[in-house]
Design a protein around this ligand. Structure first.
Ligand code: BGC
Length: 880
């Protein structure tokens, strides 16, 4: 009997305080015996009155993001939603699904009936500055209170307490958006925390992204304003539906806190001896809501939380008395320590991603000190502390001035990131490849701290557009990240509108970096919405971003003088080509204007397809013409008739192949052959940067050069994807050789050990090696065309797709290959076996295919693997 599970609302993990009045619904089916859904029915009821409205059944096989079929939600309205379906061959519908509860937030600006309140203190021009306390008392109305909510946000970052309890486990709320344009608010359920009569709401508030230092080259303070402020509206809904808006902003008071300084880059200083100081409460200042001009919006993605805690795997007392902790994993987060010591005693917590010459390597942190300090209040009771408003990128930490003996259980590392659900995995018979994949997952976790960032450790941590442009497909597979990315894309659009171009990182900060449009970075405006549509089936993303997509392509088209060739001005090009000198990361072997023109052609083509999908035939024709012109100009300028490309580089050939810029299949094959030659000539070492790396294996696969792709992928000597693994990496590095083979750190001043960009190859692992590729938006159709090779005995990909769990994989024994595919209801798949036999179309269910497979002659031993940590193997390499 068919059952419905995983009923979801929009891209939310939790449907409390949502911003959509007509949220779309998605569900998956189980136990359908392969039958497809033919019809569905949505039922919406009021939680308290039980009044229920069943919409008319809809004849449709769709179960992803189907329209809301009830009266639109009003602000604060709470409804229970159920779905049932009919499947082919069954006359009776399924049981109704388990209900989910959907509650709207404050949908209109006019729902806000309170003002911002600010600790009225003057502060230094430059920080880091303290955190402040704010509080207000309010009376719960007498009578039958059904629920109590707090709607809150801040200029700055905040945490709330109601009476003595934390209101939520969110960290660094409200997160970072382009505050001048969009500020997110949070909705919290505090029904269980209020008491009859008087209650106290209190907040800690600090600079965060609003007022703290951001950006490199010294950075800037007060980017969005000079005053931190809290906006908090408490509402009690009585059982008869009456809503009381509780305290008024004039009742708020403020006081200093024990957090004497805190900054995202700097770290936090807490003086616990101040915790028991006399309370110095003074009235807070009121900043009228009417003066606040940004849009106030509900979250579309999950908040940042502590997701995991990690105990040290190594503890060492250093000659200088510091205690060094190794957590075995490079993470984004902070320490939590438990310590007893005399009043006034201060300990320091230092962080670093790697060691160099057996010391914490802090040079790569540049201007981000990343030091937390705790001053003790004394007494015999152990004090447990973690900073509130900072985070660090680290694997190692050192405790300075620890009082007495240190026990390993006195410190843990807390992993922080957006609380996204994991959706996709990959595994193979090759431990190094599995480690590479695990490192990609970690770098994604470490860089999805409310927005997609470049890195979590140095004085940057910015939403670089090019990084997520290339990593988007991988991100969409690994985690349910659409909600986070949709929010960020709205900021891209808002900044683009205000600045006249897509800035190179979003939110944009004027810290000296050129604001000029750059290919591959600005193309995020087109490519990320397209990726999200392909991977989730959400055409709404394309609709929402359409104006931004067209503005980008129009702007670049104008920059090319409508010739299609983007051949002047600022470019980042194939950033971090490993042949570029460390101090000149943009000095790639590939002509930057070739990259720019190729991207322009690609974005125009995707935009033409988007216009077509949205039914805008005029635009579809217009942008097809732009794309055609750009592609033919590209060929005229950069491609010889026989398919050689100028520049003669892996990146140039890969973009020409993958962006479909070549004239015909002969040219594609010729370019592919040249690409293979170059890769072989390099000794299967990587010679691509941000632009070429994500697509080079696909380009090789496109021309059937799978063995070359495998050799490149499995290379362990630098530069390669696996070299960092031989050096002990637990995340993806920014540079192929962030750490050099002798253990020293790359001299480039821009050297991080946690950038996801070069991990974009994971998408190839999922699709081509594991064999799980989307063939229609949202994985409604799947292509199962796994490519064995590289000496691998097995590989598999597994994805909780929008329609349910898809599993693909293969195992090889000698020349026998077994391919498996598990397909959920509503999905069809095409299986292409590597023996070249005819494709097979399959429907939902578990399938197994056997075919013969002959490994390439030099497979698997051709790639020499050297563990550089092993002195004997290193010596062999050096004498070779
Ligand atoms: C960032 C990159 C970014 C680049 C572009 C770097 O500092 O960390 O990931 O895309 O700058 O200039």
């Amino acid at each position: 009997m068919t059952t419905i599970h995983d009923l979801r609302v929009e891209h939310h993990r939790d449907a409390l305080g949502i911003g959509e009045a007509e949220p779309r619904l998605s569900w998956s089916l189980a136990d359908t015996q392969g039958a497809a859904q033919t019809r569905y029915q949505i039922s919406v009821s009021d939680e308290i009155s039980g009044l229920r409205a069943d919409a008319d059944p809809v004849d449709s096989s769709e179960s992803v993001l189907v329209p809301w079929q009830a009266v639109p939600l009003r602000s604060r309205e709470r409804r229970q939603v159920r779905v049932r379906v009919w499947v082919a061959g069954e006359s009776e519908p399924s049981e109704w699904s388990e209900p989910i509860v959907v509650e709207a937030g404050l949908l209109h600006r006019s729902d806000w009936n309170t003002d911002f309140v600010s600790p009225s203190v003057s502060h230094s021009a430059e920080g880091p500055r303290p955190a402040y306390r704010l509080r207000s008392r309010f009376d719960l109305p007498a009578g039958d209170v059904a629920r109590v909510r707090i709607y809150a946000t801040a200029h700055g970052v905040y945490e709330l307490h109601l009476n003595a309890s934390a209101v939520s486990s969110d960290i660094l709320a409200p997160g970072w958006t382009s505050y001048l344009h969009r500020l997110r608010y949070q909705t919290y359920d505090i029904t269980g925390l209020v008491v009859p009569g008087q209650n106290t709401i209190s907040a800690l508030i600090a600079d965060g992204w609003y007022r703290g230092r951001l950006g490199f080259n010294g950075g800037l303070w007060d980017n969005y304003g000079t005053d931190v402020a809290l906006l908090a509206q408490i509402e009690a809904t009585m059982s008869d539906g009456t809503v009381h808006v509780l305290p008024v902003s004039s009742a708020w008071e403020c006081a200093p806190s024990a957090i004497i300084s805190t900054g995202l880059y700097e770290g936090e200083e807490h003086d616990a001896s101040l915790d028991d100081l006399v309370e110095e409460w003074t009235p807070a200042s009121v900043l009228p809501f009417a003066d606040f001009t940004a849009e106030i919006v509900a979250p579309t993605g999950p908040p940042v939380r502590i997701i995991e805690s990690i105990a040290p795997v190594g503890v060492e007392v250093r000659p200088n008395g510091r205690i060094r902790l190794d957590f075995g994993q490079n993470i984004t987060g902070k320490l939590r320590v438990t310590v007893t010591g005399p009043r006034g005693h201060t300990i320091g917590l230092h962080h670093a991603e790697v060691l160099e010459n057996d010391e914490l390597a802090t040079r790569p942190l540049r201007g981000a000190a990343s030091i937390d300090r705790l001053t003790l209040a004394g007494g015999d009771h152990p004090f447990t502390w973690t900073p509130h408003f900072t985070f660090h990128g680290f694997r190692y930490a050192e405790l300075e001035n620890w009082p007495g003996e240190f026990l390993p259980e006195q410190a843990v590392a807390l992993v922080m990131h957006s609380d996204m659900e994991r959706t996709g995995t990959f595994t193979s018979s090759d431990p190094l490849l599995n480690k590479l994949h695990e490192n990609v997952v970690w770098s994604m976790r470490d860089n999805f701290l409310d927005l997609p960032t470049d890195c979590p450790q140095r004085d940057e941590r910015l939403g670089w557009t090019g990084d997520i442009q290339v990593f988007g497909p991988t991100a969409a597979y690994l985690f349910r990240s659409t909600g986070t990315l949709v929010s960020w894309m709205r900021d891209v659009a808002a900044e683009q509108k205000a600045l006249g171009s897509v800035p190179n990182f979003v939110p944009w900060i004027e810290c000296g970096f050129p604001q000029d449009p750059a290919a591959a970075w600005g193309d995020v405006a087109v490519m990320l919405p397209w990726t999200l549509y392909q991977r989730t089936g959400d055409i709404g993303v394309l609709r929402d971003q359409y104006e931004s997509m067209t503005a980008w392509v129009d702007q670049v088209d104008a920059l090319t003088g409508h010739s299609g060739l983007w051949n002047s001005g600022f470019q980042l090009g194939d950033w971090l080509d490993p042949t570029a000198p460390p101090e000149k990361p943009d000095d790639s072997r590939t002509d930057r204007y070739l990259v720019a023109s190729a991207y322009h052609a690609r974005s125009a083509r995707l935009l033409a397809q988007t216009a077509e999908l949205l039914g805008n035939t005029g635009d579809a024709a217009k942008y097809s013409a732009v794309a055609d012109r750009a592609a033919s100009s590209f060929r005229y300028e950069f491609v010889t008739p026989s398919g050689r490309v100028v520049s003669d580089t892996e990146t140039a050939l890969s973009v020409a192949i993958m962006f479909e810029l070549l004239a015909n299949e002969d040219q594609v094959q010729r370019a592919g052959a040249r690409l293979s030659e170059l890769v072989i000539d390099s000794g299967y070492r990587i010679r691509t940067g941000f632009v070429g790396t994500p697509i080079i294996c696909d380009a090789l696969a496109r021309v059937g050069a799978h063995d070359v792709a495998y050799h490149l992928l499995l290379q362990t000597q630098t530069p390669s994807w696996l070299y960092p693994i031989t050096m002990g990496a637990t995340t993806i590095w920014e540079r192929w050789d962030s750490m050099l083979p002798d253990g020293s750190i790359n001299p480039g001043e821009m050297t991080s050990f946690n950038h996801y960009s070069l991990g974009a190859v994971a998408d190839y692992l999922h699709r081509i090696i594991g064999g799980l590729a989307p063939a229609a938006p949202g994985y409604r159709e799947v292509l199962v065309a796994p490519v064995p090779g590289g000496g691998l005995r097995a590989a598999s990909s597994e994805l909780v797709s929008p329609y349910g769990l898809v599993r693909t994989g293969w195992t090889r024994e000698g020349t026998k290959l077994v391919v498996r595919a598990e397909i959920p209801s509503g999905v069809t798949a095409r299986v292409e076996l590597p023996d070249g036999s005819d494709p097979i179309d399959i429907a939902a269910g578990s399938h197994e295919f056997v075919c013969s497979y002959r490994p390439a002659e030099d497979d698997p031993a051709a790639v020499q693997r050297v563990n550089l940590h092993n002195p004997e193997e290193r010596a062999l390499l050096e004498t070779a």
